[in-house]
Design a protein around this ligand. Structure first.
Ligand code: TTP
Ligand code: MG
Length: 360
C-alpha cells in the first residue's frame, strides 16, 4: 500500500516558546541556553540570531562574540515539555501512529487517516494551523511516501513551511538530492563518496548494490535504497490505547430503540475489522455503548467482558437508549483495553520497588 508520512518539526522550538511568552523578544536575536560566564552552551536560538552564525551546541561565550546583542535566556524545560505534549495531543487526533523523535519533532503515518478525504497535504496544513492557533508557535512539515523523504521535506521550507513530495515526484526529487543530506552520511562518508565522483543521489544510483556493499559495508545497502527514494522503515508509535471504538453521526436523528438497533450491525462490523488489526499486546476487558442526543448531551453504558459480541452490544444499546426519550444524533460502540505491555512494565517496576535493597 502507498504510505503517507508526515514529519513535523517546530521552528527554533525553545526560543519560539520564549518569544511567545514575551513578545518584546520578537525581532531581536534571542537564544536559550546557559550563561556565557559559566561556560554555558546554546540550546537553540531564533532565526534572527542564526543570521549572525549562532547555532545549537555552540559555547555561549562564542555566540556572544558573534552577536554582541544576543540575549541568552535560561531554559525552562517544564514549559517546553508541556508544549510538546500539547503538540502530540494534536497529532493523535489524526493517527495513532505517531513516533516522536524529540520534544519538537515527530513522524506521523496518516495512510489510513480519513480526515480531509485522506489528503496528507491537507492534514499537514491543518496540523500546522492548529498548532499555531493553540500553542502560538510555528511548525514546519514535510509530506512524503516514507520517513527518509518526509524528514528531508520538512527542512526545505523551514521556518513555517510545508513541502510535499508525491510518489510521482520521488524520482526527480532524489536525483538532485546531495548525498550529504542522507542521514548517516557525515563528513567522512561524504568525502569518500566524493572521491568516487558521487555528490548527488543520481551519481549514487550508478553504483550497484554489490559495489556499495564492498565500499560501505551494511550502510552500502541503505545508500543503494535511499538513493532511489526507498525506505520501508515503519512509523513506530509509543502511544498506548485505552479504548477502541467506532461511532457514526446520522444525518437524520434516530428515534427509539428499534431505529438504533437497526444501525448496530454496521457499527459492529467496522469495530470487528478494527479489532482484528489491533496489536496483540492489548486485552479487551469491557464493552461500551455511547449515545449522543440532538442537544449534544451524551451518555455511555459499559459491561465487563473479554469477547463482546453482537448480543452484548444489543443488550447495552437497548438499556442505554431507554434511559432518555430524546432524538439521537450519534451512536458509538467500543471496547476498553488493557495494555499488557505497560501493565507488565508497571508490575515489574513494583517488584523492583519492593525488592529489599542490598545493604551498602
Ligand atoms: P531542533 O529541532 O534541532 O532545533 P530547533 O527547533 O531549535 O530549530 P529548527 O527550526 O532548526 O528546527 O531541536 C529542538 C529543540 O531541542 C531546540 O529548540 C532546543 C533543543 N536542542 C538542544 O537543547 N541542543 C541541541 O544541540 C539541539 C540541536 C537542540
Ligand atoms: Mg525544531
Amino acid at each position: 500500500m502507498q504510505r503517507k508520512i508526515i514529519h513535523c518539526d517546530a521552528d527554533c522550538f525553545f526560543a519560539a516558546i520564549e518569544m511567545r511568552d514575551d513578545p518584546s523578544l520578537r525581532g531581536r536575536p534571542v537564544a536559550v541556553g546557559g550563561d556565557a560566564s559559566r561556560r554555558g552552551v546554546i540550546s537553540t536560538c531564533n532565526y534572527e540570531a542564526r543570521e549572525y552564525g549562532v547555532r545549537s551546541a555552540m559555547a555561549s561565550a562564542h555566540a556572544m562574540r558573534l552577536c554582541r546583542d544576543l540575549l541568552i535566556i535560561p531554559p525552562n524545560m517544564e514549559k517546553y515539555r508541556r508544549a510538546s505534549k500539547a503538540m502530540r495531543d494534536i497529532f493523535f487526533d489524526y493517527t495513532d501512529l505517531v513516533e516522536p523523535l524529540s520534544l519538537d519533532e515527530a513522524f506521523l503515518d496518516v495512510s489510513t487517516c480519513e480526515r480531509h478525504a485522506g489528503s496528507a497535504t491537507l492534514i499537514a496544513r491543518d496540523i500546522r494551523t492548529r498548532i499555531a492557533d493553540k500553542l502560538g508557535i510555528t511548525v514546519s512539515a514535510g509530506v512524503a511516501p516514507n520517513k527518509f523523504l518526509a524528514k528531508i521535506a520538512s527542512d526545505i521550507n523551514k521556518p513555517n513551511g510545508l513541502y510535499v513530495i508525491t510518489p510521482g515526484d520521488v524520482e526527480r526529487f532524489v536525483s538532485q538530492l546531495p548525498v550529504k543530506k542522507i542521514h548517516g552520511v557525515g563528513k567522512v562518508t561524504a568525502e569518500k563518496l566524493r572521491q568516487f565522483g558521487i555528490e548527488t543521489c543520481a551519481d549514487l544510483q550508478r553504483y550497484d548494490l554489490l559495489r556499495l556493499a564492498e565500499l560501505f559495508g551494511t550502510f552500502g545497502k541503505h545508500l543503494f535504497e535511499l538513493a532511489r527514494g526507498i525506505d520501508d522503515r515503519p512509523v513506530i508509535s509509543s502511544h498506548r490505547r485505552k479504548s477502541l471504538s467506532v461511532e457514526n453521526t446520522y444525518s437524520q436523528d434516530l428515534d427509539g430503540v428499534e431505529e438504533c438497533l437497526a444501525r448496530l450491525p454496521e457499527l459492529f462490523h467496522t469495530l470487528r475489522s478494527r479489532l482484528n488489526r489491533l496489536d496483540e499486546v492489548y486485552l479487551i476487558n469491557k464493552a461500551f455503548v455511547k449515545v449522543k442526543y440532538s442537544d449534544f448531551t451524551s451518555t455511555t453504558l459499559e459491561k465487563m467482558g473479554t469477547t463482546p459480541d453482537l448480543t452484548t452490544y444489543r443488550a447495552l444499546m437497548e438499556e442505554v437508549v431507554q434511559r432518555q426519550q430524546k432524538p439521537i444524533r450519534l451512536l458509538g460502540i467500543g471496547v476498553r483495553l488493557i495494555d499488557t505491555d505497560t501493565e507488565q512494565k508497571s508490575i515489574q517496576l513494583d517488584l523492583f520497588k519492593n525488592y529489599p535493597r542490598k545493604p551498602n
